[in-house]
Design a protein around this ligand. Structure first.
Ligand code: TXA
Ligand code: MG
Length: 349
């Protein structure tokens, strides 16, 4: 398949391009589009064939459900059983990098939800994503636009590496601002009423959610821990190896001084790539360094992480070292992605 690449700098001025892209979606084709988190591989969420095409293009197991993207938070009610808690979340965080899992309405086929009776809904804030969904007039199912197992793409060049020839069109909207996938929460109900579970941490943090709702939010075990083989998981994506560069990643845990001297020692004998903090650069040999921002600048770390993981593969190193992120705030989202990239390999130094 020939993939058309279109640079979108202003979706309003380029309404004709957006309409063409929307037409591809409506007729069952695939369009990659930018969001504020990562690029999405989009198809009509109400069309079972389009969902199957998405799975095929990604090389993704078809029991791993897709997020559906809507143009406005209220549209969720057409595709899912929304409730008061959804409305509170929507008011606080939408449009934006939050995905909410709720019971599915029949208009969303099981092939989109990986066979589940629930559906994940997100209303992105990126103007190109918004324009495309609004013009399509259907919800757009979109996983991250990477080949299954690769880091999520945060710029059009990374999308092209994975998706050229596999999709009809790629809309290039530049770098994604956040760089990590959306925060995913699940709405549930028990005898005491509704409650929320955090399934995937992101730019909207556990602390943000608890502050907005004034109540505790449960943290899914799969976020921090390695799941035993064959475990039943609430978010099927959790069980697959993710974000994995070809070179093995080792996370280092220790004081800043200990980690730095460990890295200095390893550089003498090993061909290593290092996801390092800016402060460490003057103290390390220049070869193989992949800076992720200042130690305290977690937003820059999030923004650059996936690009750095992709770059690490081109360095032909034997190992990639990285810091074990803190588990609070945005650190939890970084921790969750990096622990998976490292297949849970943490070395205390
Ligand atoms: O930021 C994002 O969320 C990006 C952009 C494109 O919107 N999308 C994204 O999609 O990251 P994907 O497919 O790469 O990750 C979605 C995750 C998967 O781990 C999937 O298992 C989980 O959401 N998921 C989707 N629907 C679900 C459902 N009904 N129940 C539980 N987990 C679900
Ligand atoms: Mg993904």
């Amino acid at each position: 398949m020939q993939t058309e690449h279109i640079l979108i700098t202003d979706p309003t001025e380029q309404a004709t391009d957006i309409r063409r892209a929307a037409c591809i979606i409506r007729t069952g084709g695939l369009v990659v589009f930018p969001t504020e988190t990562v690029y999405g591989l989009g198809g009509d969420a109400t069309n079972a064939d389009a969902s199957r095409r998405i799975y095929a293009a990604k090389g993704r197991p078809s029991d791993n459900p897709l997020i559906i993207h809507v143009a406005s938070p209220q549209d969720a009610a057409m595709y899912a059983d929304t409730d008061a808690l959804y409305d509170r979340l929507a008011k606080a965080f939408m449009p934006g990098p939050l995905t909410v899992i709720m019971p599915r309405k029949p208009i969303i086929p099981l092939s989109t939800t990986g066979g589940l009776e629930t559906v994940a809904v997100r209303c992105p804030s990126h103007p190109v994503a918004h324009a495309l969904i609004a013009a399509a007039g259907v919800p757009i199912a979109a996983p991250s636009a990477n080949l299954s197992g690769k880091p999520s793409p945060t710029c059009a060049a990374h999308v092209a590496q994975d998706m050229d020839g596999r999709v009809d069109m790629i809309l290039d909207g530049g770098d994604c601002e956040i760089g990590l996938e959306s925060t995913i929460v699940k709405l549930d109900r028990d005898g005491d009423g509704e409650f929320l579970t955090l399934l995937r941490p992101g730019h909207i943090t556990l602390e943000d959610l608890e502050r907005a709702l004034g109540e505790e939010v449960e943290l899914s075990k799969a976020i921090l821990e390695k799941l035993p083989e064959g475990a039943v998981v609430r978010s099927p994506g959790m069980k697959y190896k993710h974000y994995a560069p070809a070179t093995p990643v080792v996370l280092l845990e220790g004081t800043p001084e200990h980690v730095l001297s460990y890295l200095q020692e390893r550089q003498k004998t090993e061909r290593c790539a290092i996801l390092c903090y800016d402060e460490e650069i003057p103290h390390l040999l220049p070869g193989g360094l992949l800076p992720v921002g200042a130690r305290d600048d977690l937003a820059t770390h999030a923004h650059t992480l996936f690009a750095r993981l992709r770059e690490s593969d081109s360095l032909h190193a034997d190992v990639v070292y990285a810091h074990l992120p803190p588990r609070e705030g945005l650190g939890l989202a970084l921790y969750n992605r990096m622990i998976r990239a490292a297949a849970h390999t943490v070395r205390k130094v």
